[in-house]
Write a protein that binds this ligand. Structure first.
Ligand code: NAI
Length: 428
C-alpha cells in the first residue's frame, strides 16, 4: 500500500510527488502521457523556447541601430523546432532523474474506490490520492479542431513552416503570446477577441497599450468581434485559444460521487475534494491555470495530508506573466479589483521612456504601475508592461506578499542603471 498515489505528472503532480517523497512518504506517480505535462510539453517551456528564438531574430534585425551590422538576418524554423525539442528532452530527463525513490508508472489511471486505483490490469492502493490531471484547449462548437487548419496551442507549437496568415481566435494570454511570436516571424496575424479589450482581467491600461503596440507591428486586432462574421478562407491557419478545460473524464469520478465545480474538481481551502482522502491540484481544479500556482497547490495538498489539514490555501499572491513583446506581468490587485474590494487606492506610475537602462537596450515602450492602499500605504498590487516585466514582477510579488509599505520600498537602494530601479522611481 502506498501512502500517496499521484495521478498526473505535470507541474502540480511532479512537485507534489517530490514533496511527499522528501517527507518520507511512499509515493507512486502515474502518468498516461509525457512526464512534465502541459507546462513542459505543450505550454510554458516550448512557447518560451520559440519566443526566445524569435527575440534573437528581432534583435538581429535591429542590430544596426546598436552599431552592429548583421546583414540579411534569417531564421530556420526546423532548427528552431529542433532546439525547442531538445530543450524539452533535456528538462524531461532532469525531471526523470529527480523521481528516484518514487514509483513511476506510465499508464492510464482510474480511481475505483476511495483507496484503490486501477492501473493497466492491476490495482494499487493508497492512503491518499492526489488528482493532478491538468487541462486541455477548449474547443468552439462552431469551429472544431482539425489539426491541420483549425488548430490549438498544442499543434501550433510544432509547425514546420511559418504560415503566410494566421487568425487567432481569443485575445487572451495564449493568443497574445502567439500573435507576437508569429508576427515577428513574418506571418500576417489577426486577433479576434469577443470582449472590448485584449487580455480580459489584466490591467486595462496595459491591455490598451499592448493593442497599440501590436497594431504598430502590423497585427490586426478586432475586439468586440463575432467569429460568425469572419471569412475563414482568407487565413492559412486558424488558432483557437479561448481558454482551457479541466481533464476530469475517465478517472472514475462519477462512481466516487466526487463533486465538480466550474467543470473542474471542487476542492476546499485545503485542496480536499468531496471525498476526504482524495485531494486535487493544478488546472483540473479550474482555479488559476498557471504552472507555478499548480505546483503551489500540489505541495500544499501534500502538506495537508501530512499535517492533518493545517495548511490553508486562501488568497495567495500569484504573479501572472505574459511573454509577448513587450512582456506584461501583474500581481495582486489592479485598480478595478481594488475598487470592487471597496479599497481606496493610490496609483504610482513610471514610464520606461524615463529609464536609462530601457533606453540603453532600446526597449522603452511600457510602464510600471504600483497600486497602494491609500489608507495603510501598503502595496497591494501592480502591473508592468515593458522589458523584462516577467522578471521584475518578482520584486513586486515580494512587496505585496510581505505587505510592504510604499515608504519601505522608497528606503531600499536599487542598483543604477537597471530596469529594477524603475520600481522605486514609480513611487518617488
Ligand atoms: P484566456 O482565458 O486567457 O483567454 C481566452 C480569450 O478568448 C478571452 O479573452 C476570451 O474573451 C476570448 N474568447 C472566448 N470565446 C471567444 C470567441 N467565441 N470568440 C473570440 N474570443 C473569444 O485563455 P487562453 O489564452 O486560452 O489561456 C488558457 C490558460 O492558460 C489561461 O488560464 C492562461 O493564464 C494560461 N496560460 C498562461 C501562460 C503564462 O503564464 N504565460 C501562457 C499561456 C497560457
Amino acid at each position: 500500500m502506498y501512502d500517496l498515489v499521484v495521478i498526473g505528472a505535470g507541474w502540480a503532480g511532479f512537485n507534489a510527488a517530490l514533496r511527499a517523497k522528501d517527507s518520507g512518504l511512499k509515493v507512486c506517480l502515474i502518468e498516461s502521457g509525457q512526464i512534465g505535462g502541459t507546462c513542459l510539453n505543450r505550454g510554458c517551456i516550448p512557447t518560451k523556447a520559440l519566443i526566445a528564438s524569435a527575440k534573437v531574430y528581432s534583435l538581429l534585425k535591429k542590430s544596426s541601430g546598436f552599431g552592429v551590422e548583421s546583414d540579411n538576418p534569417r531564421f530556420n524554423l526546423s532548427k528552431i523546432q529542433e532546439r525547442k525539442n531538445k530543450l524539452i528532452l533535456d528538462l524531461a530527463q532532469g525531471i526523470q532523474s529527480r523521481l528516484a525513490g518514487i514509483d513511476f508508472v506510465k499508464s492510464n489511471a482510474e480511481i475505483i474506490s476511495k483507496h484503490e486505483i486501477k492501473v493497466d490490469a492491476r490495482i494499487v492502493s493508497a492512503e491518499f490520492i492526489l488528482i493532478s490531471t491538468g487541462s486541455r484547449p477548449a474547443e468552439l462548437a462552431q469551429l472544431k479542431f482539425d489539426a491541420v487548419k483549425i488548430i490549438s496551442s498544442d499543434e501550433i507549437l510544432s509547425l514546420l513552416s511559418v504560415p503566410r496568415s494566421l487568425l487567432i481566435i481569443g485575445g487572451g494570454v495564449i493568443g497574445c503570446e502567439f500573435a507576437g511570436l508569429f508576427s515577428t516571424l513574418g506571418t500576417e496575424v489577426s486577433i479576434l477577441e469577443k470582449l472590448p479589450l485584449l487580455l480580459p482581467g489584466e490591467d486595462k491600461e496595459a491591455a490598451r497599450k499592448l493593442e497599440v503596440i501590436f497594431k504598430k507591428k502590423g497585427i490586426k486586432v478586432y475586439t468586440n468581434a463575432d467569429i460568425s462574421a469572419i471569412d475563414l478562407n482568407v487565413y492559412e491557419k486558424v488558432l483557437v485559444c479561448v481558454g482551457r478545460i479541466p481533464n476530469v473524464s475517465g478517472l472514475g469520478l462519477e462512481g466516487l460521487g466526487l463533486k465538480l465545480e466550474n467543470r473542474g474538481i471542487a476542492v476546499d481551502d485545503y485542496l480536499r475534494t468531496s471525498v476526504g482522502n482524495i485531494y486535487a491540484a493544478g488546472d483540473c481544479t479550474a482555479k488559476i491555470m498557471l504552472a507555478h500556482y499548480a505546483a503551489y497547490q500540489g505541495v500544499a495538498a501534500v502538506e495537508n495530508m501530512i499535517s492533518g489539514n493545517k495548511y490553508k490555501v486562501n488568497n495567495p499572491v500569484v504573479p501572472a506573466c505574459i511573454f509577448c513583446d513587450p512582456e506584461i506581468a501583474s500581481v495582486g490587485l489592479n485598480e478595478e479589483k481594488a475598487q470592487v474590494a471597496g479599497l481606496s487606492v493610490k496609483v504610482h506610475k513610471f514610464d520606461f521612456r524615463a529609464s536609462a537602462m530601457a533606453r540603453i537596450i532600446d526597449e522603452c515602450e511600457g510602464f510600471i504601475k504600483v497600486i497602494s492602499n491609500q489608507d495603510t500605504e501598503e502595496v497591494i498590487g501592480g502591473c508592468i508592461i515593458g522589458p523584462k516585466a516577467t522578471e521584475l514582477i518578482a520584486i513586486l510579488t515580494m512587496a505585496v506578499s510581505a505587505h510592504l509599505k510604499v515608504s519601505q520600498i522608497r528606503a531600499i537602494i536599487f542598483a543604477h542603471p537597471t530596469l529594477s530601479e524603475s520600481l522605486r522611481e514609480s513611487i518617488i
